[in-house]
Design a protein. Structure first.
Length: 235
């Protein structure tokens, strides 16, 4: 059984990153062996939803495009793990999810179709003992005093944010930050920066026609044609 705890906080997630890789050897294959370690979780999960003031820019595709280092359509190959330790500083940070994506189309930036990229994205599922180690003493004690039984895991994410899912294709906004290790990138913009593409199956780069696909608006749960999103073109 999941328990939900609402935590009021204002957090700027910038510690999530990804590592550029080599082009896939079988990019024309529609068969993928997807990995999702979250599916193997066995035990209770406490949901901790961070809430607070979100920047209005995550709703504005023009602002997201202009602030991003790369804007791509990518296919998610895996969720390989999670962490709450900043890879650069070694300090505790907001939980994040890691895995691999395959770039299908680039609208801004430096990636090539077929390139495999290891991503990081804010929000993730951690073992409970790992999660509480990252809390300040006061927050840790408060949490422990308010639960009757320790859960096996904690899922930390922002309210209304969506979860990334292997096997799906998304429009993504990618940005490097001072927290990223060399050659890495962050999926940013919360639910505004990860927008599902309406396609029933994996599509190789040359099959993507923006005149024929729709992109999900996570704020009103509708599907929009690609030409309504700033910066997208069939280049």
């Amino acid at each position: 059984m999941k328990k939900i705890v609402s935590v009021i906080m204002l957090v700027f997630i910038c510690a999530c990153s990804s590592k550029a890789g080599l082009a896939s050897d079988d990019q024309n294959s529609k068969t993928r062996n997807y990995i999702n370690v979250y599916e193997n979780i066995n035990g209770s999960v406490m949901e901790i939803h961070s809430s607070g003031s979100k920047s209005s820019s995550i709703k504005d595709s023009k602002t997201l495009y202009e602030n991003a280092d790369a804007v791509v359509i990518s296919h998610v190959l895996s969720i390989s793990g999670s962490s709450n330790i900043n890879e650069v500083t070694g300090e505790y940070c907001y939980a994040y999810t890691m895995g691999e994506i395959e770039i299908l189309k680039d609208f801004k930036g430096y990636y090539q179709p077929g390139q495999i990229v290891e991503y990081r994205r804010g929000g993730g599922i951690l073992p409970f003992e790992v999660y509480i180690k990252g809390l300040r003493e006061e927050s840790r004690n408060k949490l422990l005093s308010n639960i009757d039984e320790k859960p096996a895991y904690v899922e930390q994410k922002f309210e209304e944010d969506i979860s990334i899912e292997p096997g799906k294709t998304y429009l993504m906004y990618l940005t490097k930050t001072k927290y990223n290790i060399d050659g890495t990138i962050s999926i940013v913009g919360l639910e505004g920066g990860l927008r599902e593409i309406d396609c029933p199956a994996f599509e190789v780069p040359e099959e993507i026609d923006l005149n024929k696909i729709r992109i999900k608006n996570n704020f009103n749960q509708t599907w929009e044609f690609a030409d309504s999103v700033y910066g997208l073109s069939n280049k």
